[in-house]
Write a protein that binds this ligand. Structure first.
Ligand SMILES: Nc1ncnc2c1ncn2[C@@H]1O[C@H](COP(=O)(O)OP(=O)(O)OP(=O)(O)O)[C@@H](O)[C@H]1O
Length: 249
């Protein structure tokens, strides 16, 4: 299987692994470790308060919670779009907090992100949207060609490669967003309210794709308001409440 096969670890010259972040937990390997993480935005809004979270490699986690409870902020810390005010954010054994510039960019390329509003380039075809993301990750033209087809096939959009986003349904656009996120075979996929704009049938299709990726070995973290979807899947659920994270049974 081309997708989600293991890639070389980042080269030490580009990204130096922090020895503190190495696993010291027997056989358990974590994809995500948050230690006493808080986030206060510049306007004084306390979005996250003293969060501890561990997500094992290969795990599927839902994060639920009311609007404004801090779900997006949590994911933004994981893909390096925001910095915590306090605490450590360790993803795939690297502490994100001290990373800056090209080291942060390099690291972010190894994290797949899917957004509620798809964030596709409207003037580019489906194939171009996926290819451009791969190009930005430094893949050669040959490698882009090799990765494009299986990525689109995996989300069932092979026949729509030459369509523009506006020629697609919302569910199809989101599947392009997923193809773009996974084409570089990231070991972790973060999805922020990925089904927020979709009907139940399309939402379920998207969730099945995530579950398939998870079965191939990817760690998947999905934020959602959709309780029905959460109940339909049998995965761990954490509940965000006013910037605090609680396990849900
Ligand atoms: N860039 C920002 N600057 C200031 N405050 C922010 C910023 N982004 C988010 N917030 C605030 O942080 C809190 C958490 O927001 P966040 O977007 O993480 O919540 P959420 O649970 O994802 O909400 P939703 O489900 O509506 O997307 C909210 O009070 C929000 O207003």
């Amino acid at each position: 299987m081309l997708l989600l096969t293991k890639r070389k670890a980042p080269e030490k010259s580009v990204l130096t692994q922090n020895s503190e972040t190495k696993q010291q937990n027997g056989n358990v390997e974590f994809m995500v470790q948050l230690r006493s993480v808080s986030k206060t935005y510049a306007n004084g809004c306390h979005a996250l308060a003293n969060i501890d979270l561990e997500v094992k490699k290969g795990e599927f986690l839902f994060v639920t919670g009311a609007s404004g409870s801090g779900k997006s902020t949590l994911l933004k810390l994981l893909y390096g779009d925001e910095l915590p005010t306090q605490g450590d954010v360790i993803v795939n054994e690297y502490n994100m907090v001290p990373l800056r510039g090209h080291r942060l960019s390099f690291f972010r390329r190894r994290i797949g992100v899917v957004f509620q509003d798809y964030k596709l380039i409207s003037r580019r075809t489906v194939a171009e949207n996926v290819s451009l993301a791969l190009k930005a990750q430094g893949y050669t033209r040959k490698e882009i060609q090799r990765r494009l087809e299986p990525s689109l096939k995996l989300v069932g959009l092979h026949s729509k490669a030459e369509c523009f986003p506006k020629q697609l349904s919302g569910g199809e656009q989101q599947r392009v967003g997923i193809a773009r996120a996974i084409a570089g075979t990231p070991p972790i996929l973060l999805a922020d309210e990925p089904t927020g704009n979709l009907d139940p049938e399309n939402s379920w299709q998207i969730m099945q794709i995530f579950q398939k990726l998870n079965s191939f070995g990817a760690t998947v973290i999905v934020t959602t308001h959709d309780e029905q979807l959460v109940r339909r899947c049998n995965h761990r659920v954490m509940q965000m409440q006013n910037g605090r994270l609680y396990p849900r049974t």
